[in-house]
Design a protein around this ligand. Structure first.
Ligand SMILES: *Cc1c(COP(=O)(O)O)cnc(C)c1O
Length: 391
């Protein structure tokens, strides 16, 4: 064989549903030397990472750490540890990732009740209350920020509601952490999971999870072994908990990355970060709407970090995304599931939630859409965003 040439990826701006660009400071710490996973210095780094993670999740939960894998492993960790075969679980789904929770909960052997909301909409608490009342499940799973539709579910009062019925709340916070308000303790969330590559501006590879005391009690009360060896919290905590006993080799470099990503969040401040995401969303939305693009999520439940819009009739999805990538170096996402071929998903997450990204994607989209025959006044998208920034 001929040995492939040295790796040299083209410059890109990652404005899809994830991964989003890693912050330069994150990339920089990733090229520092490895420590052993039981080196006293690395153990300090673990403590610092866990402490910052609690601050960012707004929780005091001792059981808070990053699973060594992507967001989906965070989902699986929460569900396999809390659901034993035969346990009742309710999964509320309003899109692609809710359906993934349904699949995983089913594989855990849950006696499953699935509640569905139309894609692009969210649940109101009254509907969920009725289900809790009739089913009385052990676990209720829901996606906080549904990346397939751009809809964000208000879960601020859901934990309290679940607790009225002795139910544990599991929340998918993969796209909300680091972008939208999320307050685990105040909202009484029992098990939360997220990822490193969206709002935290790190590469993919870590899944921060956090378990409340209620969830830990449920874990301790299990009658059967957790069906996954790798994701069994009762043994992982031998490493990420107090004893620091070998469980698996921590992905050292990814822990460095996460530590730096969390430092960036805390330096900025959570409130300021949420406000920044909102400000850039308002500008992007003004621009997209000026181009005639319509959001897939209802007006009352749009998240700032993921802007999903319908592709105009007659415009070729793949051809447009290919032009964005090859001519402008910009990646945006296509639709998933029910929205496949019908929507574009523009992520402005973490480090990428900034005017440069908003104005560039709008200008590039204008070119591509005009080329595809869409009708609007050239320059109107960028102008609308500029106006939003200067208002
Ligand atoms: C991205 C995403 C996931 C899956 O995370 P991976 O890191 O791709 O495994 C799960 N849930 C939601 C809401 C997501 O956006």
């Amino acid at each position: 064989m001929t040995i492939p040439g040295q790796l040299s990826p083209s410059p890109r701006i990652l404005l899809g549903p994830g991964p989003s660009d890693a912050h330069p400071r994150v990339l920089s710490v990733m090229s520092t030397p490895l420590l052993g996973h039981l080196d006293p210095q690395f153990l300090d780094i673990m403590v610092e990472t866990q402490t910052m993670l609690r601050e960012v999740y707004l929780t005091k939960n001792p059981l808070t750490f990053p699973v060594s894998a992507t967001g989906t492993a965070g989902m699986e960790t929460c569900l396999v540890n809390l659901i034993e075969p035969g346990d009742k679980a309710v999964i509320c789904t309003m899109g692609y990732f809710g359906n993934r929770m349904v699949d995983i909960a089913g594989r855990c052997g849950a006696q499953l009740t699935v509640k569905e909301a139309p894609w692009g909409q969210v649940f109101d608490l009254q509907q969920i209350r009725e289900t809790l009342q009739t089913v009385r499940p052990k676990v209720l799973g829901i996606v906080h920020a549904e990346t397939s539709t751009g809809a964000i579910q208000d879960i601020s009062a859901l934990g309290k509601l679940c607790h009225e019925f002795g139910t544990l709340l599991v929340a998918d916070c993969v796209t909300s952490l680091g972008c939208s308000p999320l307050k685990l303790d105040e909202w009484e969330v029992d098990a939360a999971f997220s990822c490193s590559q969206k709002g935290l501006s790190c590469p993919p590879g870590m899944a921060p999870v956090s378990f409340s005391q209620r969830a830990v009690d449920a874990l301790k009360a299990r009658k059967t072994k957790v069906q996954s060896w790798y994701l069994d919290l009762t043994t992982i905590m031998g490493y990420w908990g107090g004893d620091r006993a070998y469980h698996h080799t921590a992905p050292i470099t990814m822990v460095y990355a996460l530590r730096e990503g969390l430092r960036l969040v805390l330096e900025e401040g959570l409130e300021a970060r949420w406000a920044r995401h909102q400000r850039n969303h308002v500008a992007l939305k003004a621009g997209l709407e000026a181009l005639g693009l319509q959001y897939t999520a209802a007006a009352n439940c749009r998240m700032p970090q993921l802007n999903a819009v319908r592709i105009p009739d007659g415009v070729d999805d793949l051809a447009c995304r290919k032009r964005l990538l090859t001519e402008f170096g910009i990646e945006i996402g296509g639709g998933l599931g029910d929205l496949k071929g019908k929507a574009w998903r523009i992520g402005i997450m973490g480090h990428n939630s900034r005017p440069t990204c908003v104005l560039q994607v709008l200008a590039a989209l204008e070119c591509v859409l005009l080329g595809a025959g869409a009708k609007f006044t050239p320059g109107s998208g960028v102008a609308a965003a500029e106006k939003a920034y200067t208002a």
